[in-house]
Write a protein that binds this ligand. Sequence first.
Ligand SMILES: *[C@@H]1O[C@H](CO)[C@@H](O)[C@H](O)[C@H]1NC(C)=O
Ligand SMILES: *[C@@H]1O[C@H](CO)[C@@H](O)[C@H](O)[C@H]1NC(C)=O
Length: 483
Amino acid sequence: MSNPVARIAFLVASLSGLSNAFWRMDCHSRTGLARIDPLVDPGVVSDHSHAIHGGNNFGFTTTYDDLINSECTSCLVTQDKSAYWTPSLHFMYPNGTTEVVPQVGGMLAYYLLYGDNIQAFPKGFQLLAGNTRLRNFTGPVPDPPKSLWTAAESTQFALSQKAIGFNCLDYSKDPEASLYRHFLPDKAYLDANCLNGLRLELMFPSCWNGKDLDSANHKSHMAYPNLVMTGDCPSGFETRTPSLFYETIWNTYAFNGVEGEFVLSNGDPTGYGYHGDFIAGWDVDFLQSAIETCTNPSGEITDCPLFNIQTQAEAAQCLLNVPSELENDNCAGPVDGLCGNVPIQSGPQEATALSPGSTAAPTGGSLAPYSTPIVTPSTPLVPTLSYLSPTEAATDSYGGGISIAAVNVGLESDPATTAAPSAASEQPAGHIVSTTIYTSNGAVYEIAIEEVDITVTAQPTQAAKHRRHTHHRRRGSHEHGLL
Ligand SMILES: *[C@@H]1O[C@H](CO)[C@@H](O)[C@H](O)[C@H]1NC(C)=O
Ligand SMILES: *[C@@H]1O[C@H](CO)[C@@H](O)[C@H](O)[C@H]1NC(C)=O
């Protein structure tokens, strides 16, 4: 039987081949909560409200040049004038009155540096992820392990659905993996389980066609790699950009025990229509230098010598100028209905398109009563291997009896301390089949799952076995701001 200690040393060593450089852009406050969407609804009032972060020169017709000339940014790195926006989350009382759910700590935009030869976003680059009209999901819940994904699991449509996550937060428990659940849990579930609220997650595609700054649907100039975050880019999209991953936390538990439902600002109570937008607002050469320089696996912006960092209080001063067309809007509420008079559409059929341009004050009172969407997981919500806590170093049983060694590779932020080249040279290279990240107790962990062939010499009849191993790698302590 192979020595488990040697095995762990090898696994640790094999991690060094995985690029885990990233930085976590803390956009600590909103610049606004408003019906503005220069990407999808340029020049007019957007049909639904957004939680907006980043450069403050943001309005109905914002371009790169506007953003880069922002007076300020709500992100902590002052060189980042990009705009980041997502639908806001609202609570609807039975009488149709809505109120925005308190957002906790702004948003985080992860710049994950997966892949080789990563190119900075060029001037004018913009991107949308998700589909506001979607109200259903076809795959099993939870997703099968990434190693089992077939071509059908990895179509661009399937990947775009797997790129959305609703992470139920209870900091007293082991965290859920990122992108674990692709729908908005219902009110009863949130009340019972998500004592620290709900984290909305969105992975953007990171494979670029190398030429277009945008496309008609704001999506098709980019593609997902075949494992959503990591993996291979499809042909024609071989240029890697930084992989953007948005997180916003909403304190759904503030409505614990209160009768009503949660709904996204686009009228989606299912979550399948969650989406997000990005317009790059970086000096291109500066961003390229940051990609090449800010490779500390801690993910801390303070570990990057290039970044000028402002305080959270300074970031909180940065607000966009609300256009006069929106003076009748009260998206935060309490207000009758959703701002923009957005109807609730719970699917499963595709939602009808909303009409941008309306500046009428909410009429309210006309919304049909809404009942909890039926979102029955096709498989039970059992903990997957990525639920294992970093301290669970023991072997666990998983799925069909596959053995997992969950290895805490330590708290070091220096990759050199986790590498063990001598052990690596004695073992065949493992194949990393998937990675995922999650946040726990203020630290971000990356899990790399790899498949290796091992020889079990004590039992010659089982000469070779497939084993799957997980690595929990702490990505460095941080003040998440979103706890
Ligand atoms: C709707 O119900 C909420 C909660 O009970 C209440 O605060 C609000 O005033 C009501 N709105 C109207 C228009 O009656
Ligand atoms: C699921 O969503 C797709 C895309 O919006 C739509 O075409 C399809 O009809 C929906 N399925 C059902 C069962 O409504």
